[in-house]
Design a protein around this ligand. Structure first.
Ligand code: NAD
Ligand code: DAU
Length: 355
């Protein structure tokens, strides 16, 4: 029996983590805390919302009093912390919001857990508690043509988003070193799959292909990302939570590097077939636009430690995962129309004016 606080559980990855835990562990109590920003959507969890081991709490991790009270009331023994501002382009136009949510929000949670669990350097690390922080490979910076990020790669963040995530990782480790808070961190590569907000490359392009709109590729499309199906990330989080040693770090990745332009060409091909369009039709939508400022050239994760120590490996090939993802978006037009209503259009118009 565990009582787990999952923050950011209404978002893209968080919703898959919540679903996996609620369905796999009927004897655990799962509390999903989410502010429901533009990226949080309870429709992502409709299938499990009435489950007796699941509860949703609307709240803000930047509100320290609220967080402290929640810890007092709920007596969590485990935290899986995903709540964050997650989009690199938004961090370039509004860095402070990323500092407030990703750094201060994380420190509020660390303080609340430290207080609730009575952690201090004078006492042993509590073995029955865990604070699991979900982070990104972007903290390691950018690779050239060769090499991969390992758990020992020095931090070298370049965007305000990755700088805020790196800072939060440092705070998490500092709470282990200073207060014996029982922490674990994982750093994952790019996720894709259902429920991904259509501001990120893959869901944006699925949405635009469907609507015959331009597919904006930054620079020459030569930047490389290492793509992992989101359910495989959730599976890795499950394995790490239950098996990782306190104070440890694991890299999670798909061993699946693709240039952006090749991802989009593959997507166009899949969607030519799915939408009954002529071969090559969708590729005509590809439009090269001004590059992202400080655009990291290449990410590639070495997840050998996770594979060897804990026996995790990705379950899906990229082509198969991408096809599944396209099928999900085509079958869930209502979800897409809800998340693209409101100020979605305004955000995009602003993006293109400033580019
Ligand atoms: P997302 O933007 O889809 O979801 C973030 C969630 O956090 C949303 O539900 C939002 O409402 C919630 N949130 C934001 N601010 C909050 C606040 N102040 N209080 C409470 N809730 C708040 O993000 P995602 O892509 O699902 O990423 C989840 C986590 O995983 C993030 O920490 C991110 O850095 C990390 N990560 C993401 C990826 C990726 O490819 N998407 C890869 C590696 C790591
Ligand atoms: O690596 C993990 C990170 O992956 C996570 O920590 C972030 O939360 C997540 O958003 C993601 O960051 P990226 O910046 O890599 O993802 P994004 O989908 O925004 O961009 C993927 C690549 O595609 C990147 O090289 C930029 C490029 N791109 C993106 C968009 C939105 C385009 O060429 N055109 C676009 O319109």
């Amino acid at each position: 029996m565990k009582k787990i606080l999952i923050t950011g559980g209404a978002g893209f990855i968080g919703s898959h983590v919540v679903r996996l835990f609620v369905n796999t562990y009927p004897d655990y109590q799962i509390v999903n805390l989410d502010k429901l920003t533009y990226a949080g959507n309870l429709e992502n969890l409709k299938d499990i919302e009435n489950n007796p081991n699941y509860k949703f709490v609307k709240g803000d991790i930047t509100d320290a009093d609220f967080i402290n009270n929640l810890f007092k009331q709920e007596k969590f023994d485990t935290v899986i912390h995903l709540a964050a501002e997650s989009h690199v382009d938004r961090s370039i136009s509004n860095p402070l919001e990323f500092v407030v949510t990703n750094v201060i929000g994380t420190v509020n949670l660390l303080n609340a857990a430290k207080q609730a669990w009575g952690c201090s350097k004078d006492k042993p690390v509590p073995a029955d508690k865990r604070f699991y922080h979900i982070s990104t490979d972007e903290v390691y910076g950018a690779l050239g043509d060769e090499g991969m990020f390992t758990e020992e790669t020095p931090y070298d963040p370049h965007s305000p988003y990755s700088a805020s995530k790196a800072s939060s990782d440092h705070f998490v480790r500092a709470y282990f070193d200073t207060y014996n808070l029982p922490v674990v961190i994982s750093n994952c590569s790019n996720n894709y799959g259902p429920n991904h907000f259509p501001e990120k490359l893959i869901p944006l392009c699925i949405h635009n292909i469907k609507n015959n709109k331009p597919l904006p590729i930054y620079g020459k499309g030569e930047n490389v990302r290492d793509w992992l199906y989101v359910v495989d990330h959730a599976r890795a989080i499950d394995v790490i939570l239950h098996n990782a040693k306190v104070g440890s770090t694991y890299n999670i990745g798909g061993h699946n590097e693709w240039k952006n332009i090749d991802v989009i060409r593959l997507l166009c091909k899949i969607m030519d077939k799915k939408l009954g369009r002529a071969e090559g039709e969708n590729e005509k939508l590809i439009t090269f636009v001004k590059d992202r400022a400080g655009h990291d050239l290449r990410y590639a994760i070495d997840s050998t430690k996770l594979q060897n120590d804990l026996g995790w490996k990705p379950s899906l090939q990229f082509e198969e995962g991408l096809e599944k993802t396209v099928d999900w978006y085509l079958a869930n037009e209502e979800w897409l129309s809800h998340v693209t209503s409101g100020n979605y259009q305004k955000y995009y118009e602003q993006q293109y004016v400033t580019r």
